[in-house]
Design a protein. Structure first.
Length: 137
């Protein structure tokens, strides 16, 4: 996960203008607590990375239990809650769930939360957190 300093730099404009409801330290603590809960989830999670058969990098976007859907790694938006990430964006064709295997790797992926957990316009802060890496077999 990126450091508090990197998080502050990434969101400096909103904090400087006092656009966000919370402080960088409070928002960072929210992300740390949420990721502690998310890391308890067994199996693939929304936001995890998937290496496709052609070598391209995707992220898991939707879990249908028997199938998963992905999107190219740099597309869409991932909101982070205590229950995991939720995705907003286009989806690729489904892949049978048994065809993905977990690797030992981790990669940082972008997510966002509402600053100070207040849902309102222009209050989203962005951070990079660690996600698992899977591959299609």
């Amino acid at each position: 996960m990126e450091t508090l300093e990197a998080f502050q730099e990434r969101n400096r404009y909103g904090y400087k203008r006092r656009q966000f409801m919370g402080t960088p330290e409070d928002d960072y603590a929210i992300v740390v607590a949420r990721m502690a809960e998310v890391d308890k989830i067994l199996g693939p999670r929304i936001g995890d990375f998937v290496i496709m058969l052609d070598g391209s990098l995707h992220r898991l976007t939707y879990d249908w239990v028997d199938y998963i859907q992905t999107a190219p790694a740099e597309s869409g938006s991932y909101y982070l809650s205590n229950l995991g990430a939720s995705y907003s964006g286009a989806l690729c064709d489904p892949i049978p769930a048994p065809r993905i295997e977990r690797t030992d790797g981790k990669m940082e992926g972008d997510v966002w939360i509402f600053s100070h957990d207040h849902a309102r316009a222009y209050n989203g802060v962005h951070i990079r957190v660690d996600f698992r890496v899977y591959k299609v077999v």
